[in-house]
Design a protein around this ligand. Structure first.
Ligand code: AMP
Length: 175
């Protein structure tokens, strides 16, 4: 069982001005490196979605995989990678989203999700919500149902939650 008392916040390291000036980077590697806290965080992320009939966990490259893969195993679901443009070998759906400077594209395999699948989408950090909104767009193109959206860290001041209107968003830590 995940423990209520796990101090996840102390295991998120704040790195100022990374990868560029003005960004406070939330580094999750101390949490990943703590065996008990990592396991507890996966169980806590799984908890709201147990019994929700999750067929597939979809996660966003690359830090999303560090949570999405163990979460899929924990929930008895499959795992579906969402990747940056040009990395997936088979036919894909694509979605474009805005970064601070310019645009980016993420992809999902066209046959990864089926219309009857219930999908849990996970990433490490929710900031403006642009990345998550693009991933939701990919799942919608697949015709599957988004049963939930989860993040380890929600940066509350950046408005990501408001960008995901209508989604059932669960965040383990809000900063
Ligand atoms: P956004 O699209 O603005 O919600 O940004 C979310 C994506 O960018 C996630 O995949 C995060 O891994 C990454 N990200 C954005 N801001 C931060 C931050 N301050 N610290 C760590 N990762 C971040």
């Amino acid at each position: 069982m995940a423990t209520e008392s796990t101090d996840y916040r102390s295991l998120i390291r704040d790195i100022p001005d990374f990868p560029q000036a003005g960004i406070m980077f939330r580094d999750i590697t101390p949490l990943l490196g703590d065996a008990e806290a990592y396991r507890a965080s996966i169980q806590a992320l799984a908890e709201p979605f147990r019994g929700a009939g999750i067929d597939q966990v979809a996660a966003i490259e690359a830090r999303g995989y560090m949570l999405g893969c163990p979460l899929a195993v924990e929930l008895g679901a499959g795992f579906v990678p969402i990747r940056k443009l040009g990395k997936l070998p088979f036919e894909t759906f694509q979605a474009e989203y805005s970064l601070e400077y310019g645009e980016a594209v993420i992809e999902i395999h066209r046959d990864a999700l089926l219309a009857h699948h219930r999908v849990l989408l996970i990433d490490d950090v929710l900031a403006t919500g642009g990345t998550m909104a693009a991933a939701i767009n990919l799942i919608e193109q697949s015709g599957a149902t988004i049963a939930g959206v989860a993040v380890l860290v929600e940066l509350g001041a950046l408005g990501g939650r408001e960008a995901l209107v209508g989604q059932d968003l669960f965040s383990l830590i809000t900063l």
